[in-house]
Design a protein around this ligand. Structure first.
Ligand code: PEP
Length: 253
């Protein structure tokens, strides 16, 4: 049984005060959710304050990005060790916005994921095709290339900890969610690819779906056999909406 993992990606939203306010409302709402992992990824500037507000709760802290180097002349960058220092447990890497707006390659993502594992952090590695690629029937080819490239060098002992997020770019922030069937089809393909690479250990890897997940579609998505969680942007900014997502009902598609 894979433990579901519901993660919030706030992107470039919320000040430190707004993050603390969110925590004050959200933590009591989810304190009963003991069968899932709950993660919130604020902007770097809110990590410290949010981390303090979440201390002792069942909500873990994540970063939205990281540099693969540990220290040095890398102006504007944040290292894995700095995230450990702030009690982060996870970091998102290879989000499509980083890939498309900031030119991150599979190779960059693989280096970041390896650096996170080396620091004792868990990477949430994002993959997913564009609308153009889907319409050209290239979804599986693109996803396969991203898996192979972004997980290059992943050591067998780290496999169980890994979290992958399948996020079709055409569904991110658009309100256009993949149907549960479309999402499951790609998740099953991803699982199969992971099995060919890591054998039975692939069955422990959690694969999140991301792309306009909302309170009203999470149940159907989470009822699919290979969807083990959600990476949520817009709907995670509101404590009540994200709490409803955390409290998804399985088997009600
Ligand atoms: C995301 O940022 O990863 C995301 C899936 O955003 P949204 O839920 O807003 O589509």
């Amino acid at each position: 049984m894979r433990r579901p993992i519901l993660a919030a990606n706030w992107k470039m939203q919320k000040t430190t005060g707004e993050a603390a306010e969110f925590a004050a409302r959200f933590v009591p709402l989810v304190k009963d959710a003991d069968a899932v992992d709950i993660v919130v990824a604020p902007p770097f500037t809110a990590l410290d304050r949010l981390g303090q507000a979440l201390a002792g709760s069942n909500v873990a802290l994540a970063a939205q990005n990281v540099n693969a180097e540990e220290s040095g002349a890398f102006t504007g960058e944040i290292s894995p060790g700095m995230l450990v220092d702030l009690d982060c447990r996870y970091a998102i890497v290879g989000h499509s916005e980083r890939r498309t707006l900031y030119g991150e390659s599979d190779d960059d993502v693989a280096r970041k994921a390896a650096a996170l594992f080396a620091a004792g952090l868990t990477p949430i590695v994002c993959i997913g095709e564009s609308l153009e690629e889907r319409e050209a029937d290239r979804t599986f080819e693109v996803v396969e290339r991203q898996i192979d490239g972004s997980l290059a060098g992943l050591r067998a002992e780290s496999t169980a900890e890994l979290v992958l997020a399948y996020e079709p770019i055409w569904a991110i922030g658009t309100g256009r969610t993949a149907t549960p069937e479309i999402a499951q089809e790609v998740h099953a393909f991803v699982r199969d690819r992971l099995r060919r690479r890591f054998g039975a250990a692939a069955d422990a890897i959690r694969i999140q779906y991301g792309g306009s997940v909302k309170p009203d579609n999470v149940d159907a998505l989470m009822s699919q056999p290979d969807i083990d969680g959600a990476l949520v942007g817009g709907a995670s900014l509101d404590p009540e909406a994200f709490s409803r997502i955390v409290h998804f009902q399985q088997g009600t598609s």
